[in-house]
Design a protein around this ligand. Structure first.
Ligand code: AMP
Ligand code: MG
Length: 335
């Protein structure tokens, strides 16, 4: 049946509505980002932000070009992983819309949605995914009907690490883009030498760790090293550890495509390091538009579309959120 699948994202700081046609045409999302006045994200405050934004976002969606409620044939939502109170808001809105419109409900695995929107947008087929976001850092590849986690962070997500370092320096959330700016200004001056700015490098087999790097980077600033130099070094160390694990995943799986996803995949330096690594081993690197790297409703709609094609639907009774849902929990039945 031709129509539109609506997608709702609410795993953390972003509340977002997006859509995709049954043919796989992606439409831009309508999103609202919770920005805490100070400190990190408090799940309850983020959930309140999502509730408060619902009417405005739905209003913007319904006034957008070519939109009609009659064309919606299914409603997909992030079922997990994420912050419980935030997930609950998205799930409630999804249940309400699916019931009101009398269309199927689809509970979606957020991590898998990053892969599927990337495959749709870039045309890559069977990639290793380097998923680098606020709360998640994983290297993922498809094997035996699942997306398997080959390596991941043992402590905090790379984005949370960058945001936390930024916050310690008085830079508001999200800190990643400002760190990128300071790092590129520093490297543009040409005097880059990692020997002066070594940080603990946390690769353990296929896993990564970032908290030691964070502590040491904050220490370097307090010892008088320039913020630009420390931001640059922090990017070099943390991105190199991700790219190293991604390269090992390519080698072990024999795959020849690397796909970046998650908010940190907006970073030009990480993209460059990924491109260079892939070129050196005759592989190809891909990344979606920045609007589809960060959390967005369209990617939830896209995974919902793939599930619907395979006849998968989520009964209301089975639509409870799952804050600890794992990437490899979801059976991948589509091509
Ligand atoms: P997500 O959790 O996927 O929505 O991504 C949000 C995370 O991406 C936050 O931790 C941001 O700091 C980070 N981020 C966004 N843009 C950039 C960038 N250009 N460089 C590094 N990190 C970024
Ligand atoms: Mg994400």
């Amino acid at each position: 049946m031709d129509g539109i699948i609506l997608g709702i994202e609410s795993t953390a700081h972003t509340f977002s509505f997006g859509r995709v046609s049954t043919d796989g045409d992606l439409f831009p999302s309508f999103s609202s980002l919770f920005r805490p006045a100070e400190g990190g994200i408090h799940p309850r405050e983020a959930a309140d932000h999502h509730s408060d934004s619902t009417t405005e976002l739905l209003d913007r969606l319904s006034r957008s070009e070519q939109f009609s409620w009659d064309s919606i044939i299914a409603v997909a939502f992030s079922q997990g992983p994420g912050l419980g109170p935030c997930l609950r808001v998205g799930a409630s809105v999804a249940r309400t819309l699916s019931t009101r419109l009398s269309v199927p409900l689809l509970g979606v695995n957020h991590c898998v949605a990053h892969i599927e929107v990337g495959r749709n947008q870039t045309g890559c087929n069977d990639p290793v995914l380097l998923y680098v976001s606020g709360g998640n850092t994983q290297v993922i590849a498809r094997a035996d009907g699942r997306y398997r986690v080959l390596g991941e962070t043992l402590d905090i997500g790379i984005g949370n690490m960058l945001d936390k370092f930024a916050r310690l320096q008085g830079i508001p959330f999200p800190g990643g883009p400002e760190i990128e700016k300071l790092a590129s200004e520093f490297s543009g001056e040409g005097d880059c030498n990692l020997d002066d700015a070594t940080l603990p490098y946390g690769v353990h087999g296929m896993d990564m760790a970032f908290s030691g790097m964070l502590t040491s980077a904050a220490q370097k600033v307090s010892e008088g090293m320039s913020l630009g130099q420390v931001c640059w070094s922090l990017q070099e160390h943390s991105f190199a550890s991700c790219v190293e694990v991604a390269e090992r995943a390519l080698a072990h799986t024999g795959k020849a495509e690397l796909l970046l996803g998650g908010g940190v995949a907006c970073n030009e330096r990480l993209r460059e390091m990924s491109r260079v690594m892939c070129e050196e081993r005759d592989a190809q690197s891909f990344w979606p538009d920045k609007s589809y790297c960060i959390d967005n409703g369209t990617m939830i709609a896209e995974l919902g579309r793939r599930m619907l094609e395979c006849g998968i639907e989520t009964e209301i009774m089975d639509s409870a959120i799952d804050p600890t849902l794992r990437t490899d929990h979801t059976a991948v039945l589509w091509d």
